[in-house]
Design a protein around this ligand. Structure first.
Ligand code: 5AD
Ligand code: SF4
Length: 468
């Protein structure tokens, strides 16, 4: 039995790509191991979005080299954004790496490792133009998933925007959408295998399908996909990310609100609350336009929760710019925000044209301050949920308290209540008794029984959701 030690960094798309590759390993008889020392293969799925993520990979590769010294048959592979971005440097700096797979052709991993094992020598597949023989999403092993009841499905890869700070257009290329029929077939296979909640992934889901049907212009093809997925029997919840403020229309929001299984949750990265900074980032919207998009969401999607991403310390960001960002966080009332310190990425527009001129200690301070504003706002909003009943899909035992289970409500809030492992995958109704900034705790007032499933039409919309 061969063992693979697999490490995954980065975004949800990487989480799913790792799952796809691990599904291939499983199909070929490999087992996963938690210990590098007992592995036959070390494979790292990498992220390039911030420098820190890449630093961690170099240090892991250092550890792998030591293990390989004692165990020469060990094969080491690097895949994902960093493999795509710095393949030449990896080849040069890390001669112990046998396999380098970019963002499009990583599904050849098992076959490549066999070839290397048979004496074929090092393999590098990180060309800009993907090899159609190894498409990233082909032939998914649907049965191989860490989570029995929830799954990700990648609907498109790449990004056509050019936000100045962002490496993604370089590492993942232009938008390529997967055909709707293929996506629906994958959803049906997942649902037949027990999945109740599907999250569609793309860097900018608003423009899903435009590359497949350029003649249709901006028709909200994503909504058609959601409508068709919503018709799948046995699928209870649909989510998607990332929604961007650009390429969004009021009509799309209205349709999101009308599709029964689409959950009232949107991830809409704002990045900054200052028009000057947004312009330097080439985000192509203003703060007023961001508010307009949020207004459409709140108008058309009852009880919608919005999460966001922010970058602090971007080139040229002044104290006043940062104050505006704090004001945006307060004004919108996000459920959750991810805050990142600006990290200069080689090859990006900002790396070429704009100085990384905000000192590290100020970036750090702004990061802490913005998170504090977010926590304060979120806690105040969550207090309005005290006494309300929320429907959750139970994921499993709580990590912090073994007498409790954890689930997510429709708005994607984390909710804990008393329970045991047998409840995983079932819906429950929880009356909220305690709230913090990041999660809610409550009393379970109803639990879906094992035989019968609740449908949203007959039950879900009767559960009061938060509006703030
Ligand atoms: N530095 C810091 N954060 C970044 N992000 C993207 N590029 C950078 C960068 N160079 C953040 C953005 C994006 C999230 C996925 O990562 O906020 O929405
Ligand atoms: Fe990067 Fe902007 Fe594309 Fe998002 S929309 S992946 S931030 S370039």
């Amino acid at each position: 039995m061969q063992h693979v030690y697999f490490v995954s960094f980065g975004c949800q798309m990487n989480v799913l790509d790792s799952e796809l590759v691990l599904g291939d390993f499983e199909r070929s008889g490999y087992k996963q191991t938690d210990a590098m020392a007992s592995a036959d293969v070390v494979l790292i799925n990498t992220c390039s979005i911030r420098e820190h993520a890449e630093d961690k990979v170099w240090s892991l590769l250092g550890r792998a080299r030591q293990v390989k010294q004692a165990k020469p048959h060990l094969k080491i592979g690097v895949m994902g954004c960093m493999a795509q971005r710095v393949k030449d440097e990896i080849i040069r700096r890390a001669p112990h790496v046998d396999l380098v797979l970019g963002t499009s052709n990583f599904r050849s991993a098992v076959q490549d490792l066999e070839d290397i094992g048979a004496g074929g020598g090092r393999v590098v597949r990180a060309a800009k133009r993907p090899d159609p023989e190894f498409l990233p999403d082909a032939d998914r092993n649907v049965g191989s998933r860490p989570d029995a009841y929830r799954a990700y499905v990648t609907i498109m890869r790449g990004c056509n925007h050019s936000c100045t700070y962002c490496i993604v257009p370089h590492t993942r290329g232009k938008e390529v959408s997967r055909p709707m029929g293929e996506l629906l077939a994958e959803c049906r296979a997942l649902v037949a295998d027990g999945v109740r909640e599907i999250t569609f992934l793309g860097q900018n889901i608003n423009t899903y399908g435009q590359d497949l049907h350029p003649e249709r212009k901006h028709t909200g093809e994503i909504c058609t996909l959601l409508e068709q997925a919503s018709a799948i029997d046995g699928l209870d919840r649909i989510r998607f990310l990332t929604s961007n403020p650009f390429d969004m229309t009021e009509d799309m929001m209205r349709r999101f609100g009308e599709i029964p299984k689409v959950m009232p949750w949107l991830h809409i990265p704002a990045q900054s609350g200052s028009d000057t900074v947004l312009a330097r980032m080439q985000r192509t919207y203003t703060v007023a336009q961001y508010h307009e998009v949020v207004g459409w969401a709140r108008k058309h999607i009852p009880g919608v929760e919005i999460t966001s991403d922010f970058i602090v310390g971007f080139s040229g960001e002044t104290d006043e710019d940062f104050e505006r960002t704090k004001a945006l966080v307060r004004d919108v009332g996000f459920m959750q925000c991810y805050v990142f310190k600006y990290s200069l990425r080689p090859m990006t527009i900002s790396a070429r044209r704009m100085p990384d001129d905000v000192p590290e200690d100020i970036k750090k301070r702004r990061n802490v301050e913005l998170l504090a504003v977010q926590d304060e706002t979120a806690e105040a909003r969550n207090k309005t949920l005290l006494g309300q009943r929320l429907e959750i899909l139970i994921e499993g035992i709580s990590k912090s308290d073994p007498t409790r289970v954890t689930g997510r409500d429709m708005g994607n809030r984390i909710v804990h209540c008393e329970g045991d492992a047998s409840m995983a995958g079932r819906m429950a109704v929880v009356e909220i008794e305690e709230v913090g900034a990041h999660s809610l705790i409550g009393r379970r007032v109803a639990l879906e029984d094992e035989a019968g499933r609740w449908t949203y039409r007959s039950y879900g919309h009767a559960v009061p959701s938060a509006t703030a």
